[in-house]
Design a protein around this ligand. Structure first.
Ligand SMILES: [Zn+2]
Ligand SMILES: [Zn+2]
Length: 305
């Protein structure tokens, strides 16, 4: 199957683009997910995104003795009003504010293409991305998306062990004192609420509000389908994925607690790596994050058991 090179646009197959050498999105990291889009020949004014039945008419109002004119587009059926700003349009008024389009896109400035997609049952680019990411994350935590980011493995892989990534320049943090955590162990907990893809906080905020955390070491972090290994200048930490008790994500790192260990360990700096995520025909380049790593680990654990 040929795919488009994300770097140069050349159509090729295999792991790397034979034109520029960039890694190609692998067929198994892309997901089929149809998003309704408008036919290319449609004009955005042909179908009102709010009522989907009327047409948008350009209304020009002369001001100041005809020197300045104010333009707006008004739906001839529902009366929705769009005002241009640059090359975008803002939905500024509807007659029925309980309308779902108003609820989702009221006062948003979107392009003609986005309004057209909405008129045909699609979404704005931002909402489409959020929907795609959530769908991708759900598949990731089910273990349905094999990821191979490559890198040099600083560890010896065992039989049937596959390298998923090896990231350099990772910091290890630990709390100075051990605080007893209450509660029994009932399987690993992956603590994150639904729909928070864009809203996971950074580790910096946590470390600044918590003076008990300190940097212990710097090194590389390697993930395989069986374990997570930190290889630092002072320490090597070998984490069997099945021994993970809890994972907490940050935008730039991850906190991990394991069975039989008192201290939570924090690994930061993972956002330096970039992932190419393909959903349907849409390609996103995203920094690697604690949330992606958390779901990736959750998916891997499901495949071990
Ligand atoms: Zn290329
Ligand atoms: Zn309308």
């Amino acid at each position: 199957m040929k795919v488009k090179c994300p770097k140069c646009g050349f159509e090729d197959e295999g792991k790397f683009c034979s034109n520029c050498g960039a890694p190609l999105p692998q067929p198994n990291s892309s997901l089929e997910q149809k998003a309704p889009t408008a036919p290319p020949e449609a004009l955005w004014v042909d179908r009102c995104p709010v009522c989907k039945s009327g047409k948008l008419l350009l209304i020009t109002k002369k001001k100041f003795f005809g020197l300045v004119s104010a333009e707006k587009f008004e739906c001839d059926s529902c009366g929705a009003i769009f005002r241009p700003k640059g090359d975008k349009y803002k939905l500024t008024k509807v007659t029925d504010t309980s309308n779902i389009i108003w609820q989702e896109y009221g006062n948003q400035l979107l392009t003609e293409r986005e309004w057209k997609n909405i008129a045909y049952g699609g979404m704005s680019d931002a909402k489409q991305k959020e929907a795609d990411m959530e769908y991708w994350m759900t598949q990731l935590k089910e273990g349905n998306i094999p990821i191979h980011m490559g890198g040099e493995a600083p560890i010896l892989l065992k039989k049937k062990e596959e390298l998923i990534f090896a990231l350099p320049n990772i910091f290890l943090w630990e709390p100075r004192a051990v605080r007893r955590t209450i509660g029994g162990y009932g399987g690993p907990s992956f603590r994150v609420a639904k729909g928070v893809y864009f809203r996971v906080g950074g580790f910096r905020a946590k470390s600044e509000s918590n003076e008990e955390l300190r940097t212990i070491d710097q090194g590389s972090l390697t993930l395989t389908n069986k374990r997570l290994v930190f290889s630092g200048a002072k320490r090597t930490i070998n984490i069997d994925l099945r021994k993970i008790v809890s994972v907490e994500p940050y935008s730039d790192g991850i906190a991990i607690r394991r069975e039989g260990k008192e201290k939570t360990q924090y690994f930061t700096g993972i956002d330096q790596a970039k992932l190419t995520i393909t959903v349907g025909e849409r390609v996103y380049k995203e920094p690697f994050s604690g949330l992606i790593l958390m779901y990736l680990i959750e998916g891997l654990i499901k495949k071990i058991e």
